[in-house]
Design a binder for this molecule. Structure first.
Ligand code: AMP
Length: 255
């Protein structure tokens, strides 16, 4: 059997180290002039795909990003890490604001079919919307098995053995290919792109498409009512003794 054709999702999100600020009118968060990067779980997805290629299990790696024009920078990072080619599905800033996992899933599923992908690797969640839905929905649309929250992926004869991080510990499942896998934090440690690889990545193919090219209607299915900061934590107080603590707790009706 020839190597696997792998599709990885690369969402451009506000950098994990940025302190996110809510817009005064509560319609969302401030994105202008804010540092953006590849979603950290997607870096892990890219790294896993690159390792599969290095082990000669995968033959061709495709990265896809749906979003505004700056997503091309995110895709260049994926190409510099070792991905072979990329598709940028350009979504205007306005539509991107209301774009939801169902839309991305439909686009990714269509590309996976067109590209004859054997494996789709996505992050377990995007750190901006924390949806944790795209992998599951993509698998459902394609009617492929899914292995979410992966912390280890190994090829077996007919498919993959995937170790999953579940509440009580680790669960190992077998999935047949084609399949969708979503990466958890401990799957691997992503490499940094080296300067020569960043230069080489500039020559790798990056195709621009639109949602309409894949027949996907971006009309929002949900309305976001308001975005608010978490409540500010009230200052605590110190007590001198257990007796004082108990007295205070009684005062507040807590014991
Ligand atoms: P979510 O369901 O929004 O938490 O996203 C889960 C994963 O789906 C992300 O880690 C990405 O791998 C993929 N994904 C979500 N949105 C996009 C996007 N706009 N472009 C490419 N991949 C995406």
């Amino acid at each position: 059997m020839s190597g696997l054709r792998v599709l990885v999702g690369c969402k451009r999100v506000i950098d994990y180290a940025v302190k996110v600020r809510v817009k005064p009118d509560k319609t969302g968060v401030v994105t202008e002039g804010v540092k953006h990067s590849m979603n950290p779980f997607d870096e892990i997805a890219v790294e896993e795909a690159v390792r599969l290629k290095e082990k000669k299990i995968a033959s061709e790696l495709l990265a896809v990003s749906c979003g505004p024009s700056q997503c091309q920078e995110t895709l260049r990072t994926a190409l510099a890490m070792g991905v072979d080619k990329a598709i940028h599905v350009e979504i205007g800033a306005k539509e991107f604001e209301t774009m939801q996992p169902i839309h991305v899933s439909k686009i990714l599923a269509k590309i996976a079919q067109e590209e004859k992908s054997d494996l789709v690797i996505l992050g377990k969640q995007a750190i901006d919307d924390d949806c944790n839905q795209t992998g599951q929905m993509t698998a459902a649309i394609l009617d492929w098995p899914q292995a979410t929250f992966a912390s280890k992926v190994e090829k077996n004869n007919g498919g993959l053995d995937v170790t999953r991080e579940v509440d009580g510990g680790l669960e190992t499942i077998k999935v047949k290919l084609p399949a969708v896998v979503t990466s958890d934090l401990r799957l691997n440690e992503p490499r940094y792109a080296t300067l020569p690889n960043i230069m080489k990545a500039k020559k790798k193919p990056l195709t621009k498409k639109s949602a309409a090219d894949y027949g996907v209607d971006l009309t929002p299915r949900m309305e976001q009512i308001s975005v608010e900061d978490p409540p500010v934590r009230e200052a605590g107080s110190k007590v001198e003794s257990v007796e004082e603590l108990l007295a205070k707790l009684k005062e507040k009706g807590l014991v």
